[in-house]
Design a protein around this ligand. Structure first.
Ligand code: FAD
Length: 421
């Protein structure tokens, strides 16, 4: 069993280590994931000298190892929770803006000629009980009212048209969702950025940033007029203000060995993206060639533990599809997602540095979108830079310093609640 992402088979990583860096740059971007690279492309095309610093191998963060599932990423608070917090206008703005995320990314891939195996599949979310089904129905009615006809319910009687799993009491189809190969998308971004003149420096962690700005790395000091912080779940102590505001949670994924076509057709009849209503998030999908199942979920430990992750995810997959009990796993890997205390992504400025992060595990479209918004803001274009997510208070909590040591206990509680329900 390989411990590297399945995606890397088709989109290998680079290993070259740069030996020089510019002494000066207009804009320094910390982090070469989707956020940083999307921002870099727009800034470079606007005539700025842009340098992107990446602590590790390109794609070592979440952006080449995620599930590749794209959706509008509706806010986890739900409509009533959002209205209570932000009022009706901002809530409707946030929801309608989110609806456009998948189209935004699809258009971008087409315009930039990036082949990332994008498929507009829709997503089926199975309800684990009648109570979950009813709650989903209520949620979907509210969403459809604000956003148009974006999702529909599927009864238990009809669910065989959506899934071969018998575990559900019906579910929801989110029509807009899509899937892609995340590492192909990341490699495509690197190519586009380099063509636009962006200097990308892998294996070059930014060790410190002083006001003005001077960034220190293993290669010396770089002066920059502007800095963008795009470190998301990998934000370290050198960026402590940001680190105190994100909860890095581990998400893990397995890929099966190829499965016979007739079984795939039965388990995933419409080759959609899939999930269900359990508290311990689980997400699954066919590989782009339709021959394997890629199954992901929250890992219990903050540290990577491939053997435990493979075991737990295999068990979880068999709860949904019992006939896969003898199916072997070819790959297991994991990475960090950045949760926030208010479940919302954040974009803004702190100590003169611009930032976008905190996508709460739904970041393929969001990080691309917010990366581009960030660039427009840095160019002073308030109209193009505007988003309804502007000015949300980026909270921390007393005594939280960036290490979510309490999460394994919370996840254990979620797992217990899932079992009990
Ligand atoms: C296993 C997994 C599955 C996921 N599945 C999905 C999914 O199916 N759908 C979805 O929408 N989202 C998913 N996500 C979330 C999504 O991948 C992320 O939200 C998105 O990739 C974030 O992009 P980013 O550029 O902001 O951060 P990242 O891609 O994480 O990049 C941040 C980079 O910053 C670098 N960095 C940190 N500190 C420094 C420093 N001091 N100097 C230089 N570089 C630094 C890191 O090395 C890292 O490469 C998943 C995430 C994981 C881990």
């Amino acid at each position: 069993m390989k411990h590297t992402p399945f995606w890397w088979e088709d989109a290998p990583r680079e290993n070259a280590i740069p030996e020089t860096q510019p002494q000066k740059t207009d804009i320094a971007i910390v982090g070469a994931g989707y956020s940083g690279l999307n921002a870099a492309i727009i800034l470079a095309r606007a005539g700025r000298a842009v340098t992107v610093f990446e602590a590790g191998q390109l794609g070592i963060g979440a952006s080449s190892r995620n599930g590749g599932m794209l959706g509008p990423s509706f806010h986890k608070l739900g409509i009533s929770g959002l209205i209570a917090k932000y009022g009706e206008e901002t809530t409707h703005g946030i929801l309608r803006e989110s609806i456009g995320f998948v189209d935004f990314l699809a258009d971008f891939l087409e315009t930039e000629n990036i082949n990332a195996d994008l498929k507009r599949t829709g997503r089926f979310q199975g309800a684990l009980s009648a109570q979950h089904f009813n709650a989903a129905q209520e949620r979907i009615e509210g969403l459809n009212k604000v956003c148009g006809d974006i999702a529909h319910m599927v009864s238990q009687k009809d669910q065989h048209l959506e899934t071969g799993s018998k575990r559900f009491t019906g579910g929801v189809v989110y029509q807009m969702d899509a899937g892609l190969n995340p590492a192909k998308y990341h490699n495509g971004l690197i190519d586009v950025a380099r063509k636009a003149g962006v200097v990308i420096l892998p294996f070059t962690p930014v060790q410190s940033i002083t006001k003005g700005f001077a960034l220190t790395t293993r290669l010396g000091t770089v002066q920059a007029s502007q800095v963008a912080v795009c470190t998301n779940g990998y934000t370290g102590k050198e960026l402590q203000w940001f680190r105190k505001r994100v909860l890095p949670l581990r998400s893990a994924i397995i890929t099966t060995e190829p499965i016979p076509a007739e079984i795939m057709a039965r388990l995933m009849p419409k080759s959609r993206m899939y999930g269900d209503t359990r508290r311990m998030v689980a997400y699954y999908r066919p590989s782009p060639d339709g021959r394997r199942i890629i199954f992901g979920g929250r890992a219990s430990n903050l540290r990577d533990n491939p053997a435990a992750n493979a075991r737990n995810l295999h068990r979880s997959m068999c709860e949904v599809y019992p006939e896969l009990k003898d199916t072997k796993i070819s790959h297991v890997w994991s990475g960090l997602v950045a949760y926030t205390f208010d479940h919302a992504p954040h974009i803004g400025q702190q100590d003169g540095m611009d930032y976008a992060m905190g996508y709460c595990g739904s970041g393929v479209t969001r990080s691309s979108y917010f990366g581009q918004k960030l660039a427009h803001k840095m160019l002073g274009d308030t109209e193009k830079g505007h988003t309804y997510f502007d000015n949300l208070d980026f909270q921390t909590k007393p005594f939280y310093s960036g290490n979510p040591w309490f999460m394994p206990a919370i996840l254990g509680w979620h797992r217990l609640m899932d079992r009990l329900s």
